[in-house]
Design a protein around this ligand. Structure first.
Ligand SMILES: NC(=O)c1ccc[n+]([C@@H]2O[C@H](COP(=O)([O-])OP(=O)(O)OC[C@H]3O[C@@H](n4cnc5c(N)ncnc54)[C@H](OP(=O)(O)O)[C@@H]3O)[C@@H](O)[C@H]2O)c1
Length: 323
């Protein structure tokens, strides 16, 4: 990408899209295209084609998606499969019809089978049954990967699908009913700090292991991939394998270690209590990031730093929040 290349970020207000937006601005890109949902509903095919025809983006980060936790996925499975298939289809096809040079389609680790080997390599795609709770969402994302691959084969495009591990960062969802493990721990610990509570209760035994990537590091990885020189970029596209790359740290921690790190970052001096009557979830979920490492990208933010930076940005909001 040149500094004046026309770069469209679909979903620029989300956790992922906003981090990519900040990173591109930090690096001095001057022609970043963004549209809010009110300005451009990505489910509206005519509007998407008209936008691409008028603005002619050269590079596209596809970070728009209908996302949610287990509850939302279980309650609205039709919405999850429909909206994701429609919006990604609109964007990928409009990109092809308007000669977009490179497109990065964001998915997630839920595309891999429930019992994939750990760490999960890209080659485990479609080797076993998916986790049922978010199967409609995962299948929409798998369709998006297959669509990138098919367009590459039929039309000679170079569209890449990137699968990030669990992310965290300032733009995260801190609602306890629907948040992921780390924002939930930050929120609970913040409430304990505010209320001087002697204990924080953590769901489960504390033994499951999770991999976490700071959203700014993900954004750096996305820009790194988009900027790969032709020779290295070409290695990601073969006849025999989908154009797929995992993005993660390749390291995981136990929920106990995570809760302790949060407590340290927030200066919480009370005790952590593990409620083993609550479900643990899957014992381990770790990405195999050897493909990304071989290209030359490694994460730079440690979990401690990432949690401290996140806390700096959300502490006021969480410490003063009304019940
Ligand atoms: N968060 C994670 O831990 C994580 C981990 C791995 C992968 N990912 C992947 O990264 C991608 C983005 O996730 P995220 O966490 O950034 O989600 P997010 O915070 O919910 O952001 C999604 C964005 O898409 C926009 N959007 C959705 N439907 C739209 C529509 N019909 N028209 C226009 N805009 C629309 C949303 O707009 P509004 O702001 O108007 O709602 C929002 O800005 C997803 O593919 C997800 O699977 C996320």
């Amino acid at each position: 990408m040149n500094k004046d290349s026309r770069i469209y970020i679909a979903g620029h207000r989300g956790l992922v899209g906003s981090a990519i937006h900040r990173e591109l601005q930090r690096l001095g890109y001057t022609s970043i295209l963004t549209r809010t949902r009110q300005e451009l509903d990505l489910l509206d095919a005519d509007a998407v084609y008209a936008f691409f025809a008028k603005e002619k983006p050269e590079y596209v980060f596809l970070a728009a998606a209908k996302v949610g936790g287990i509850l939302a996925n279980n309650t609205y499975p039709a919405d999850f499969i429909r909206d994701n298939i429609i919006l990604q289809t609109n964007i990928i096809d409009a990109a092809y019809k308007n000669d977009v040079a490179r497109l990065l389609f964001l998915g997630s680790s839920c595309i891999y089978p429930k019992l994939a080997p750990q760490p999960m390599p890209e080659s485990s795609l479609l080797t076993g049954p998916l986790e049922p709770t978010n199967r409609p969402y995962a299948l929409a994302k798998i369709a998006g990967i297959e669509m990138c691959w098919s367009y590459n084969r039929q039309y000679g495009t170079k569209y890449l699908a990137a699968m990030p591990t669990n992310l965290y960062g300032p733009g995260d969802n801190y609602d306890l009913a629907s948040s992921h493990v780390l924002p939930a721990l930050i929120r609970k610990t913040a409430e304990a700090v505010r209320g001087n509570a002697p204990t924080v209760t953590v769901w489960g035994t504390g033994t499951p292991r999770r991999e976490l990537l700071y959203s700014d590091d993900l954004a750096q990885a996305c820009v790194f991939l988009m900027n790969l020189d032709e020779a290295r970029y070409a290695t990601l596209f073969t006849e025999s394998d989908p154009p797929l790359i995992n993005i993660g740290t390749g390291e995981d921690v136990t929920i106990r270690e995570l809760a302790e790190t949060v407590a340290r970052a927030l200066g919480y001096k009370g005790d952590l209590v593990f409620d083993a009557t609550k479900p643990d979830g899957t014992p381990r979920k770790l990405m195999d990031v050897s493909r990304l490492h071989a290209l030359g990208w490694h994460h730079t933010t440690t979990l401690e730093q990432g949690i401290e930076e996140t806390w700096e940005q959300v502490s006021e909001q969480l410490l003063t929040r009304a019940e």
